[in-house]
Each structure stands twice: as structure tokens, then as C-alpha cells.
Design a binder for this molecule. Sequence first.
Ligand SMILES: Nc1nc2c(ncn2[C@@H]2O[C@H](COP(=O)(O)OP(=O)(O)OP(=O)(O)O)[C@@H](O)[C@H]2O)c(=O)[nH]1
Length: 478
Amino acid sequence: MSHQSTLIADNIEQYLHEHENKDLLRFITCGSVDDGKSTLIGRLLHDSKMIFDDQLAAITRDSKKVGTTGEEVDLALLVDGLQSEREQGITIDVAYRFFSTDRRKFIIADTPGHEQYTRNMATGASTASLAIILVDARHGVQTQTRRHSFIADLLGIQHLVVAVNKMDLVDYSRERFDEIVEEYQAIAEKLQARDIRFVPLSALKGDNVVNRSEALGWYRVGGQPGPTLLELLESVEVSRDRNLTDLRLPVQVVNRPNLDFRGYAGTLEAGVLRPGQAVKVLPSGSRSTVERIVTWDGDLEEAWPGQAITVTLSDEIDISRGDWIVAADAEVAMSHAFEADIVWMHEKPLEPGRQVDIRLAGRSVAGQVEEILYQVDVNTLERHPAEGLALNAIARCRVGLTAEVPLDEYAKSPGTGSFIVIDRLTNVTLGAGMIRAVVEGESPSATEVDWAGFELELNALVRRYFPHWEAKDIRKLL
Ligand SMILES: Nc1nc2c(ncn2[C@@H]2O[C@H](COP(=O)(O)OP(=O)(O)OP(=O)(O)O)[C@@H](O)[C@H]2O)c(=O)[nH]1
């Protein structure tokens, strides 16, 4: 591979150590057919020297044969080579690519731009911190630009980079670029994203992708030469986007290999966790203190969001899969109902009132979409009433559950504020949603069952002595 660091030859251990500890930026690229997405990704990989020499030789040869770029090497061939997998019928919902520079590691989620792929884009965007919205300088802001921006925003992406591509085809015109920036402001006003940047570039010629362009010398930000796309990707500050204050550990597995060890495993979704932290368990409200944070690589003194950990507590309390471990003094909403934005992902349309399973942070609860409050036209961003939702539709809905569970708003903690809708019979994913508001003080959407005393006792015994059976608490079930 052409990726160079003198450390590779001089001190491979040091190189690997640095590489491992570089921070990671996940981003998504959005563009319509022919805006130049493949060329841009190819250019990023090529100019940041992440292409194998033989790959480069092959695409240089192919460019002459099948490329669309005249004398230039057609870097889109690099990416489209991988896309041929799609044509062979292998389903790839989102193609992920990896590259790194001296400063950061990157994972690109590459999703098709057409409206029929809205669900793919939502999937790719759900783990991304930044979205590159590609605009063809000749065509300016399009319907797709609006849709891509809206979906990125819906998924809580806080950093948007509007990459105005093909500047070479508009004579690197500053006026054209300014016009597009102004056009985009009308969209920006409707978005929550707090960090929106604009970069003029030419993916084909390599202007302002990795290397600064002389032809775009007028592009300045704050009196300085404006950053290239890669400089933006390397420097955008994403660590502050994470919620480090509200501790959330949804328990995925109760780990009890022998009588002496009882651990609760899961991914820390928010907050920083340390041994000694006073915690409570939801929904029961039982309290305890974190004793150890156990991982494959030994015990931790501190765990951060995104880390997969197992904790042990100083007291033996009743915890089962799907319960949340939170700070002892946390105030977390408990409810049977919430409002959410739902992206429908299945051919079978959403029908309000149908029984489904709602999977929230490791817990599965029976429930239903009670009402569609409004559907959003993803192209115009206008709201309108709807009776049902077809594949790829997006709507604000009211969801009712048969049990009271802890709930978070997505904006506060995406990991615990999102959910998927599951078909109860086939177990397939029907949709995905982001909680926008918890509806408090409502009774469950179905009547409670009157359990006999012995059933309650038996259930409690089974849950206490056989936690690995993962029996549900029948007091919270239908
Ligand atoms: N002149 C010029 N042409 C470009 C530029 N970027 C891409 N192109 C050309 O635009 C066409 C489309 O580029 P692609 O990279 O294949 O576009 P895409 O958006 O990935 O399209 P799909 O892969 O079909 O989704 C190709 O002919 C590219 O060579 C640019 O900056 N300037």
C-alpha cells in the first residue's frame, strides 16, 4: 500500500500504538447519481495514500478503456469496483470503507442517494457524526440535497459539510459558490445541526479534497485560506457531541458463570462510569455501588460511551436483561407512551393499532403505533396527515407500550432514545425510531393481567436463581 509513515520502517510498534490510539470519525456521504460521490471517495483514498499500488495501476489502465474522464485517472472506478458486488445480487445495505491519516481514522458509510434508499441512508447515518452533502456546482441545491440534509438531521448528526463539487465545470466561480451557499441557508434554517460548513472542490481534479487548490484561492474562512475537505474531517470536534453526564448502561446480558461472579454486561451508552459510583437500577429503583468494571483486557478505572463492559455491584440485587443501570440520583422518565420519528423500513406498510414489539435498548416490549401525528414529505419537508406509512416514509408517531419502562429522548442519549419496531410473528425489523418526547402519566395501552400469587412467587424465584434464563418480570408484562 502506498500509505506512508516513516515509523512503519523505523519503529513498527510505535506506529501500531499510535494508529490504535488515533480517534475515529464516522461519516456518511450523501449525493445523487452523478454528483461525484464515487470520485470524491476515490480521491480521498488516493490523495491520502490509501490505495494499493496495483489497484492504482489497474484503474489507470481501466480509465483509458471505460472511464469517463478523458486523460484523468477515473478514481470512481476504485469505488465502483466494490459496487459491482451489488450488481451480483449480494445485498449490501450500506458499504463501509476505512481509511486513516496521521491524525485520525475514518469510517465512511456510503449509501445510495435515491429516495428508494432512504432506509439505507438512515441506517448509515445512525452511527455517523458527520455528513458530507454533495452538491453539483452546475445544478445547485436539489430536492435530494434537502432530503439528505433532513435525514442526517433527523438522526442527530451535528456536523454537516456541504461539498460543492465540479467547481472546474463552473470556472471555479466564486459567485456560483456563494449562490449555492445562500440557497442552502433556506434549508439550514430548518435544521437542528449546529455546525454547517461549505467547501468548494473538484473531486475529479483533486482541488480542495486533500490538497489545497490554487484555482480556488478566493476560498477563505475567517481571513485564512479555507480548510480542504480532509482538513475539516481531521479537525472537526466530535468528542463534545457525546453525552458524558447522564450515565446509561442498558443491561444486555446477566453474566453468571459461577456462584461467585454476577456481572451485568452491556454497552455504555452515555456517561462516564467509575468503580465506586452510586447507581440505581430501572425500572425497579434498587440501589447499589459499582464494584468493578470488567473487560477482556482487564479491569477498568473508567469506562466511556461506546465501550462494551461488564460491571459488578457491591450488593446482590435483582437485575434482568433490558434493565438500565443509571446514576443513583438520576431522574429518568418512566412511561408507557412516547412520541417518536419513525422511518418505515418494510414493504408491509405501517398500520396504526397493529400489535408489534418495540425493542428499546436491549428490552423488548409489546406495543403499537397508536397514531400517526403527521408524515414528513422528505423532499419538501412539509408535514401532512397520513393513515399509514409506506416503505421509506418518515413520520412523527405516538407509540404506546404494554409496560412502563425507562425512556430517554434521542437528543439526550441516542443509544437509549432509539428503538426498532419488530413484527411479532416473523421477527423482522419493520422500522426504526427516535424518541422525541416522553408522554407522562398515562396508563398502559392494554389492560394489566391479574396474576395469581403463586405465579408471581414462582416468577420471582426463577428470576432470582436462574437469571441466565432471562425470564421476564410478569408484573411488567401482559
Ligand atoms: N468535471 C468534473 N467531473 C466530475 C467531478 N467529480 C465527478 N465527476 C464526473 O461525474 C461523473 C459521475 O461521477 P461519479 O463519481 O461516478 O458519481 P456518483 O455520484 O458516485 O454516481 P453513482 O456512482 O452513479 O452514484 C463521472 O463522469 C465523473 O468523472 C468533478 O469534480 N469535475
